[in-house]
Write a protein of this length. Sequence first.
Length: 174
Amino acid sequence: MRYIFLTVLILIFSAFLNAQSRDYLTADEIELVRDAQQIDHRVGVLIRAAERRIAVLNNAAPTEDSDGKWGEPPKGTRAQLLSDIHKILQKAVDDVDDVASREEGTQSKFFIVAMHKLTAAANKFQPLLKSFFDTAQDEREKGAILNAGDLCAQIIEASSKVPKEVPKEAKKKN
């Protein structure tokens, strides 16, 4: 009897954990990120993934490529989609930081282009996040929005240390 109870308890607990797990990228988006090995392309894919969630939050259909490589629009509750945006931005920051940590990484033209793309997206996302915050319905939504907004502010601040143009030496090396 005791083993039956423990088995049922484990099954219920594992079902609860499976219900709680959710990827912040769709399967098609994950493949696109994997394929985008160059940092500027990868950041572009991640920005596009965040924009798809913003479109869904605004009750608009995400603009898709004619080849359908992006798959179905992202699904989830408002809080989940807002959390996805934060996680996607964090992934982009982590990937850029990874490149920056390598020797001469910050001098790479790909790094500089990636930072400019990420900064432009952060500047675009900030007012959108503010409007989402004004209509947020619960604390989870507000937390995700504040976290994403904080990341945008950090990205914009960090971009002040990135050259506006690719140095000539970097153009030759890359």
